[in-house]
Design a protein around this ligand. Structure first.
Ligand code: C2E
Ligand code: SIN
Ligand code: SIN
Ligand code: FE
Ligand code: FE
Length: 362
């Protein structure tokens, strides 16, 4: 059984004597929490203000009939509406059917039998409480599913980001290159008008741009000097190897990463690799990552080269506007330069703190 003191009941009847009678019967039976309304127009605010377990509703009332009250309540609260017990003076079957069809749960005819009224009230409150607990359980379940989904998403992000780091680790031990390069890519994406969602996707996919370096032998990747022609041919395959690793396209993130892996060394004038794409044939994300990648590679030390200054690197990029790089992006790059230098300072190579890395998993 439930606690009658905690079951809240709303009683609506235009006749004060009826209200009083019902209220007294319920109080006698132990129901301590009742609200009586004589004016059906007050039902909506009253019901919205608190959570009732049952509504006792008269049918014949001035201003609004019980049917109309029911209809409006249903519209407002839908499936969440508490059970409604209709009080009708009309014993005729058509009225009872009409009440049930309007969404009433049950009815009693006036003048009502005390015992019958209490039995129906008790049944409906049990149903009401049961539905309520189902709803809150459902809500809890939904919350849990949401949390789990988020956890899965976070885990997947961490895995793909760590995969990117693993590839980077051999020729760039701190992994800070991909941090900087990804944040610069996101910044350029934003400047180019990508949505917040796409900017975040870009931030999380860009770290995998060089994942194909996993397939490049150390003797080539770590060679202190210039590559010979054969070595260079092998080196270029890091784009197609990356695309192969990332294929399957089982998520938006991975297909974006694949697109970036295969296009980040294409050049605006068509002289890039692996496909010699030209201009806007190169996906925007590929053009963005190319710019961010080269800027960061130039300003960083590599096994085969010293770090360039920001000024030298910016000069190289502006000289290659319309050749290596999308001219529009070069303009945005120059406008954003202070923020880009800010990103470089935020993720220096000698900083391997885990918390810095986590910033990527947004
Ligand atoms: P990375 O070192 O991260 O360089 C990325 C891109 O930045 C390069 O793509 C290139 O466009 C630009 N870049 C980096 N350093 C220089 C530079 O000193 N001068 C100029 N003009 N551009 C530079 P790229 O050329 O397609 O190379 C792809 C990757 O191949 C490089 O990634 C690096 O891992 C490797 N690589 C390229 N050249 C050499 C080399 O001479 N020796 C060795 N050991 N590896 C090389
Ligand atoms: C790196 O060597 O750290 C990245 C190389 C690239 O982006 O091509
Ligand atoms: C090469 O031809 O060896 C690489 C080209 C470059 O890094 O600029
Ligand atoms: Fe690359
Ligand atoms: Fe790179």
């Amino acid at each position: 059984m439930f606690d009658k003191n905690n079951a809240s009941i709303l009683i609506v009847d235009d006749e004060a004597t009826n209200l009083k009678l019902i209220d007294r019967v319920l109080a006698h039976a132990g129901y301590g929490d009742t609200v009586c309304l004589q004016d059906p127009r007050e039902v909506f605010d009253c019901y919205a203000a608190r959570d009732f377990d049952l509504i006792l509703l008269d049918i014949n009332m001035p201003h609004l009939s019980g049917y109309e009250v029911l209809e409006i309540l249903r519209e407002k609260h839908g499936e969440n509406l508490a059970p409604v017990l209709v009080l009708t003076a009309q014993a005729a079957q058509e009225f009872r059917v009409k009440a049930l069809n309007s969404g009433a749960s049950d009815y009693v005819t006036k003048p009502f039998d005390r015992v019958e009224l209490l039995a129906r009230v008790c049944n409906l409150i049990k149903i009401s409480l049961f539905q309520k607990s189902l709803r809150s359980e459902n809500h809890l379940l939904e919350q849990k599913v949401k949390e789990r989904t988020k956890e899965l998403y976070q885990t997947r992000l961490q895995i793909v980001n760590r995969l990117g780091l693993a590839a980077e680790y051999r020729d760039n031990e701190t992994g800070m290159h991909i941090m900087r390069m990804s944040h610069i890519s996101k910044l350029l994406g934003k400047a180019a008008g990508l949505s917040q969602y796409h900017c975040d996707q870009l931030l999380n996919a860009a770290p995998m741009h060089d994942i194909g370096k996993i397939g490049i032998p150390d003797s080539i990747l770590l060679k202190p000097g210039k590559l010979d022609a054969d070595e260079w041919e092998t080196m270029k395959t890091h784009t197609t190897i990356g695309a192969t690793i990332l294929s399957g396209e089982d998520s938006d993130l991975l297909s974006l990463a694949k697109e970036i892996a295969i296009t980040h060394h294409e050049k605006w004038d068509g002289s890039g690799y692996p496909n010699g794409l030209k201009g806007e044939e190169i996906p925007l994300v590929g053009r963005i990552c190319a710019l961010a990648d080269v800027f960061d590679a130039l300003t960083s030390e590599r096994p085969y080269k010293k770090a360039w200054t920001v000024e030298e690197s910016v000069n190289f990029i502006t000289e290659n506007k319309g050749k290596h790089f999308d001219p529009n992006l070069v303009e945005l790059f120059v406008e954003c330069l202070p923020q880009i230098v800010g990103i470089k300072n935020l993720y220096p190579d000698n900083d391997t703190e885990e918390h810095e890395y986590k910033l990527l998993v947004s």
